[in-house]
Design a binder for this molecule. Structure first.
Ligand code: DWN
Length: 393
């Protein structure tokens, strides 16, 4: 067995399980442990949670809820049109259609297992299959529509447990000269920023470029380009083609692989060190919360993210520490955070000045949030963040 466990984040709830009552009669918990595969260099959860428990008709996250992401998808769409000019496009994990709506002129196709989200896109003339991505769905779409010149998948491939089947199903439905782009949080950034909250039930994997490259060696697909993104705390946008497609392979790919190698992405030692940093991050964050709580400060949370669920549950930061979370996602409002039972409410237009500290659950949108909440900051309001280390800002 070439896998080694390196991190234990304790008992964790389903991150999408936003509760309708503060004291639920029953709540599902699982053990969140992370391991490293010495052969493929893949970092994954030790125990996967059944997909149906996570991705269903109550799925809360709406990708269109932040200005940053709406703009990022719009810019990407225009870049794809300029560079590849595809005549057909498929998105795996199309969420609420925020990306595909930029391709209405070429009849985009979505795949989205969460029925509530698929209904939203189907209602806007984006044909969406509400199923999990696998070989049999790929065959069905091929029979209905044919092959695709462009396949896009953001923050989804890392959520699918069977990667070999996933890549094979993509290879089957990708046109010979087609391009597949996947975008997922970068393991390198997680290691650099100690952003261990990228580990939660849905993230079966947190990918390095190295691991993706190794996994693709088992397929007919290969990486030909790469972009490093700031979205979701640092992501890789990986451009993939069939090996038979003569498109040039950009130098960036080998440079990035070499950088990861030098960083130690392929060494178990790196992960052991990371686990030590995670423990320190936990101790330091708890001590900040205890310190400010002892002064009877009013602490709230900003952005009841899935990521923050890992932090709150691992550090034991529950409703005794955080009075409530504000979140713009309607599906979360009026509910309670999984495991820690903190009320989630609709934000006022701006943060009120009677709030002393705001825990930045959506730290990946810090820029957008700080510019929105300039008045609160100018009036002396403070944020608590754990990225890249616990601190008050
Ligand atoms: O991979 C995943 C990512 C892309 O989305 C999923 N597995 C689940 C989800 O994870 P997350 O909740 O950690 O994602 P976000 O995009 O960091 O969530 C941001 C949350 O913060 C949203 O609920 C919206 C909210 N928000 C807010 O209330 N006010 C965001 C901004 C920018 C704001 O100003």
């Amino acid at each position: 067995m070439s896998t080694i466990e390196f991190l234990d984040l304790g008992k964790q709830p389903i991150t999408n399980n936003f509760l309708t009552q503060q004291k639920p009669i029953e709540e599902f918990f699982y053990n969140l442990k992370i391991m490293f595969n010495e052969e493929t260099k893949l970092v994954s959860l030790v125990d996967f949670v059944p997909p149906e428990k996570m991705f269903n008709e109550t799925y809360a996250h709406r990708a269109s809820m932040s200005l940053t992401m709406r703009q990022a998808y719009k810019e990407l769409a225009s870049k794809i049109k300029d560079r590849f000019n595809p005549k057909s496009i498929l998105e795996i994990g199309s969420n609420d259609g925020v990306f595909l709506k930029n391709f209405l002129d070429i009849n985009p196709i979505g795949v989205e297992p969460c029925k509530n989200l698929a209904e939203i896109t189907n209602a806007t003339n984006i044909k969406t299959y509400s199923n999990f991505w696998n070989i049999s769905l790929g065959k069905k779409i091929y029979n209905d529509v044919g092959k695709f010149e462009f396949i896009y998948s953001a923050n989804t491939i890392s959520h699918i447990q069977n990667l070999d089947e996933t890549f094979l199903a993509i290879d089957n439905i990708l046109a010979d000269r087609g391009v597949f782009v996947l975008e997922d949080p970068s393991l390198l950034e997680v290691l650099k920023n100690i952003s261990y909250d990228q580990f939660y039930d849905e993230h079966a994997y947190v990918f390095s470029l190295t691991a993706i490259n190794n996994l693709l060696k088992r397929t007919e697909l290969e990486i030909f380009d790469l972009e490093k993104l700031t979205t979701h705390g640092g992501s890789n946008r990986v451009y993939i083609k069939k090996r038979s497609n003569p498109l040039n392979i950009s130098k960036t790919v080998n440079l990035a692989l070499a950088f990861e190698k030098d960083f130690g992405i392929g060494e178990f030692e790196t992960y052991k060190k990371f686990a030590g940093c995670v423990e320190k991050s936990k101790t330091d964050l708890i001590s900040i919360f205890e310190r400010v709580k002892n002064k009877n400060s009013k602490i709230i949370g900003y952005g009841a993210t899935y990521k923050s669920s890992t932090i709150l549950n691992y550090c034991g930061l529950n409703n005794e520490f955080i009075e409530y979370f504000v979140d713009t996602t309607e599906n979360k409002q009026g509910k309670f955070t999984p495991g820690t039972h903190i009320p989630i409410i609709k934000p006022d237009n701006f943060l009120r000045n009677d709030i002393d500290f705001v825990f930045l659950g959506a730290w990946n949108f810090k820029k957008e949030i700080f510019s929105k909440e300039k008045k609160y900051i100018d009036n002396g309001g403070k944020f608590i963040t754990h990225i890249p280390f616990p601190q008050i800002i």
